[in-house]
Design a protein around this ligand. Structure first.
Ligand code: SOE
Length: 386
């Protein structure tokens, strides 16, 4: 069965998604054949070149045309955050399945409108939290589900980058609150929040957070991305966080710490977590994404210690049969193809997708509570989302 895809957005995530849509038929037998029908971008020359390079069959320069095309079944949203809601709501109204980049929205309110739309029009929906498709994270979820960690006491997660360390780095869309919604918080704290919720099956109940903006003004320069983006001169105010530190009390009784920064000098995309339970612990680092450190407190005393599991074996690596033999590792780009394979399988079977807009609106609720906590300088309860 053909599943015809329309992609909106052709920068970093457009590239990652295009690679995934192009690879999935070659590596996975899902029963579907993804067809790269159209890609949309405002700059016709640029998006034509992109389409040519990645094998998109046609080009649009108006997203509204793309989402209304009868020859498109799935709308893949890879645009800056300020257009996620309007595109998703219109795509749902047009009866299209939707895959939306994270963060789902700029606010909980916006996420709730998107959730209402996919419910009203009963369309398949999924959020691009590609890191859930790292085999080691799937193994972590299994280890927790099997009770091998016992009662979860601690969740400790960081996401560290340094790409805006230089004060001369321009005021791009990710640094403007009206376009991005938030900075490191919605961009990368969203990832570690989603990953640890996925692994432990628990939700933040109450949070306390601090947001920091280290550099408050930046050169405007060539403003790219976002609906209202325009070039300019001089300096503009940074209206998002550069870094966030948060505490959370979790629904499973654990306590959690989340730290996300774009000023962790020397760290490029360094994220990971450690989860401690009454029976053992797990430790993961994205820079060693094919490995998991596992500690089993029931090991005999002389053999007790963190052991390194290379997650490339059948039975522990959900996607191994599509890729390479044991011992052959996979990378960042494979996680997107894994997610597309899961999307196609679920879409064909009309089964709920993970994470869907409901799951990710819960992520958005926790993000929102952290933002409110930082503004109000106090603990804030997370709004329940059903
Ligand atoms: C920038 O922080 C970014 O591209 C994120 O937006 C992605 O989600 C992450 O996977 C890599 O870094």
């Amino acid at each position: 069965m053909e599943v015809r895809v329309g992609l909106i957005g052709y920068k970093f995530m457009g590239k990652a998604h295009s690679n995934a849509w192009g690879q999935v038929n070659r590596f996975f037998k899902t029963g579907a054949r993804a067809v790269m029908r159209a890609v949309c971008g405002r700059d016709e020359n640029a998006v034509r070149g992109f389409a040519e390079n990645w094998g998109w069959q046609s080009v649009e320069t108006d997203w509204r045309r793309l989402v209304s095309r009868p020859d498109i079944d799935v709308v893949d949203i890879a645009t800056p955050n300020d257009s996620h809601a309007m595109i998703a709501i219109e795509a749902a109204r047009q009866g299209k399945a939707i895959l939306c980049e994270k963060p789902l929205a700029r606010s909980l309110k916006e996420a709730l409108t998107m959730l209402a739309a996919v419910r009203k029009y009963k369309v398949a929906n999924m959020v691009w939290h590609n890191y859930r498709r790292i085999p080691a994270l799937q193994l972590c979820r299994r280890i927790v589900k099997e009770g091998r960690l016992g009662i979860i006491r601690h969740i400790r997660a960081v996401y560290l980058q340094d790409w805006i360390q230089d004060p001369k780095f321009p005021l791009v869309w990710r640094l403007k609150g009206d376009i991005a919604g938030s900075g490191a918080h919605g961009d990368i704290n969203a990832h570690i929040l989603d990953a640890t919720r996925f692994i432990t099956g628990s939700e933040p109940v109450e949070v306390c957070a601090h947001f920091e903006t280290f550099i408050k003004e930046r050169p405007v320069g060539a403003m790219t991305g976002g609906l209202g983006a325009k070039a300019g001169r001089g300096k503009g105010r940074v209206t998002v966080d550069d870094a966030v530190i948060a505490l959370a009390r979790m629904s499973n009784g654990a306590i959690a710490t989340y730290e996300a920064s774009r000023f962790a000098n020397g760290r490029k995309n360094g994220w990971g977590f450690e989860i401690n339970g009454s029976k053992g612990s797990i430790k993961f680092e994205f820079e060693r994404m094919n490995e998991l450190q596992f500690y089993d407190a029931s090991d005999p005393a002389h053999l007790r210690g963190f052991r390194r599991i290379l997650v490339t074996e059948p039975g522990q690596h959900e996607y191994i049969s599509a890729w390479w033999p044991p011992g052959h590792i996979i990378g960042y780009e494979h996680t997107f193809t894994n997610q597309v394979a899961d999307f196609l399988t679920g879409y064909l079977a009309k089964k709920p997708l993970s994470p869907d807009f409901l799951d990710n609106t819960r992520n958005q609720a926790a993000l929102e509570a952290m933002a409110v906590s930082s503004q109000k300088r106090r603990w804030v309860r997370v709004q329940r989302v059903n």
